[in-house]
Each structure stands twice: as C-alpha cells, then as structure tokens.
Ligand binder design. Structure first.
Ligand SMILES: Nc1ncnc2c1ncn2[C@@H]1O[C@H](COP(=O)(O)OP(=O)(O)O)[C@@H](O)[C@H]1O
Ligand SMILES: [Mg+2]
Length: 356
C-alpha cells in the first residue's frame, strides 16, 4: 500500500506596496513554478501596488491576465487588508505562509507581526530580525555591538538634511571625504541610493534618498569587490559558498540590477580558501547578531588587499531561480525545489520551537 502523503497548504504572498513590487512578483512566479506539488498545495495571495489583498482566485486570474510583473492595474473591491475579510479567512486555513515580499511591509517585520497575531506559521525571519535587517542603521548598531566590521557611516534625519544641508555636507566631508554614498535607512534594490562626488551632488542625493525614508545614511565609499553569502537555518544556520556581483556600471544600482542587465553574477566567487572561510564566519555571526531565522543573504565589500566589511543583510533576498540566493545553494548541491521545501520546514520548526 502506498504511503499516504498529506499535502500542506502554503500561502505564497507577493506583490505589495513597495518599491520592489516587480521583483517580488518575479520571485513568487518562480517559487510557484518550482514548489514540490506532491508535498504542498499552493494558495497564491497577491497584494496589489495599492495595498489591496487579493483572494487566491483573484490572484490566479490576475497572474494569467497580467503580463510581466506589475499587478498595479488590478482592481478589486475594497482597499487594504481589513476590508477583505475573506482573504484573512484564507490565512486561517493554511499550514504556513511564505512571504515572497521585499521591502516595506513585507520584509520589515510588519507582515511577520500579522502572522504572529494571527497565529500562522511563516517562512523566514521573525519580527525582530526582519525589522532590524530592514533598517540599515539598526543593523549596523547590532553588528558593531557584536564586534563585526561595518562601513563607517553617519545617520541623518531627513528633516535635518532639509533644514540645513550645508551643515550635513560639511560634517560628511569632514568624516569621509568624497566619493561617498547616500542611501535611505530602509531601502532595497538600490532604490534611492546615490554615489556622490561633490557637495553639489550631495544635496541632490539627500533629497533623492529622502523621497524613500525619513532617516538617511551617509557612508564612506568602499573600493573593492562585492561578495555575497547565503545563510540558511534557524538556531544552527549554515553558510553557502560565496558569490560575487560585478557591476560594469558605476555601482550596483536599480538599473544595473533589473533594467540594464549589465551586472555579472559569479557563483562561486573566485576567492582563496582562507578569505572565503573568514567571510562565511562573518556571515553566520552577522545572521546571529540580528537573531535571524530561515534565510538571509549577507552582503560584503572586499577591499583590494584588505579585510572583508559587512554591507547589509537581506532577510527576503531576491528569490527567482536565477537570483544569487538560490544559485549559491545550487552550488552547494541544494536544488531550488529542495531549498523551498527546506525553508517551509524551517518555518514550521521555528513555530514549534517558539510555541514549545
Ligand atoms: N559604502 C559603499 N561603498 C561602495 N559601494 C556602495 C556603498 N554602499 C552601497 N554601495 C553600492 O550600492 C549598491 C546598493 O547599496 P546597498 O547598501 O546594498 O542598498 P540596497 O539595500 O538597496 O541593496 C551596492 O550593491 C553597492 O554597489
Ligand atoms: Mg544591496
């Protein structure tokens, strides 16, 4: 007699009201194409750009109607989540939620808080790690506290940058000189990030970053390679082989990431064993320092002849089949399908451990 396999229902939640909406839709399409259908039944739940949650039926029809990755044009009755109680009822009936969302509301602890309140297990980092990982100033504070190397930076409130940009500029020049980087504290996909070479550029860069967040970072520019490590696990995380991104553009901007296709991804990266091991150890320490769970991609700079420095951590990294995070696990021998299965198992394990 064949063993009875019970399938678990997984809510794949994607889209959303964030600057990374399209990236999320692309990642979710990949996940839904690859997930092990013998083990999991999928309930796709899209969130439109205006923040409306769609039912699985609306989502399925939206995905067939909409070409590409933009669900912006989809209209549905009601707005937001609370006006769609039928979607909330769907969440009640799933075994686990898999947020394939990037940025605001999806990767920053907000939706994780909803799952906690609703008592629904979910894939990935919890509320604290999601929130800490999203805010680059908080991430850096935790990493510094753990004795980990970070890029020198100063934090500026948008209102202070607007009130007296010249004072901010003088302070940044004194601390870092040019070139330097300006970015929103909570950003992703390089949205709002600028490389700045002069005081005139700096004012514009502060305004641009201020379009995305009320808190900004000014950072010393690091000249070096960009190395990435995929981390997987809960209390005993593992580090993947390393990858490298090599932008041919000035830096790894939004255009370089998604529009121009001008960036080469190498997996594995060409690194000597000692350097690679050191970076993997740092990635695990960085993961633990924010109390991460499930997965994260930890990004580094490696200055020529120098030691690796942490840049940032992404608790829901780009997750299409060809994105760096899944690719690094493929190099380690874990297929995309099995990675998705493992992440779901880790989410259920974490829920069990939390509610023990
Ligand atoms: N301090 C820095 N020195 C050199 N390059 C940087 C620095 N900060 C950011 N960059 C460049 O900008 C890109 C995006 O910045 P990042 O901090 O990773 O923001 P995001 O969260 O939007 O990916 C990086 O991949 C890198 O190419
Ligand atoms: Mg980045």
């Amino acid at each position: 007699m064949p063993a009875i396999m019970t399938t678990q229902r997984v809510a794949i939640i994607f889209g959303g009201n964030s600057g990374e909406h399209e990236v999320s839709v692309a990642s979710a399409r990949s996940v839904m194409a690859a997930i092990d259908r013998d083990r999991f039944e999928v309930a796709p739940l899209a969130i439109t750009r205006s923040g409306t949650w769609l039912t699985p039926e609306e989502t399925a029809s939206a995905l067939t109607r909409v070409e590409g990755q933009n669900l912006a044009t989809i209209q549905a009755e009601g707005a937001g989540l609370l006006s769609r109680p039928e979607v909330l009822r769907w969440l009640r009936d799933v075994s686990i939620a898999f947020p394939v969302l990037h940025g605001t509301n999806g990767e920053d602890g907000a939706i994780q808080g909803l799952f906690e309140v609703a008592n629904v297990p979910y894939v990935g980092a919890g509320v604290t790690a999601s929130a800490a990982g999203m805010d680059k100033t908080v991430t850096k504070a935790l990493w510094r506290d753990a004795g980990l190397p970070v890029v020198d930076s100063m934090t500026v409130l948008r209102r202070d940058a607007e009130a007296d940009p010249q004072r901010i500029a003088r302070e940044a020049e004194r601390q870092f000189g040019y070139p330097l980087f300006v970015k929103p504290a909570c950003s992703g996909s390089s949205v709002g990030v600028s490389k700045v070479r002069s005081r005139e550029d700096l004012t514009g860069a502060l305004i641009e970053a201020g379009r995305w967040d009320r808190k900004l970072l000014i950072e010393r520019a690091i000249v070096g390679r960009e190395i990435e490590c995929a981390v997987l696990g809960n209390d005993q995380p593992q580090a993947s082989p390393l990858g490298e991104i090599a932008p041919t553009a000035e830096f790894y901007s939004y255009e370089a990431k998604y529009v121009e296709d001008s960036t080469a991804l190498y997996a594995p990266a060409d690194l000597d064993e000692e350097t690679a091991a050191a970076i993997q150890q740092l990635a695990l320490a960085a993961y633990r320092a924010i109390d991460c769970a499930g997965m994260a991609r930890v990004d580094f700079f490696l200055p020529a002849g120098g030691k690796p420095v942490l840049n940032e951590i992404n608790t829901i990294p780009g997750f299409t089949r060809i994105s760096m995070y899944p690719r690094l696990w493929q190099v380690a021998g874990l297929s995309y399908r099995d990675l998705i299965t493992r992440l779901i198992e880790l989410g259920l394990e974490r829920y069990a451990e939390t509610h023990r």
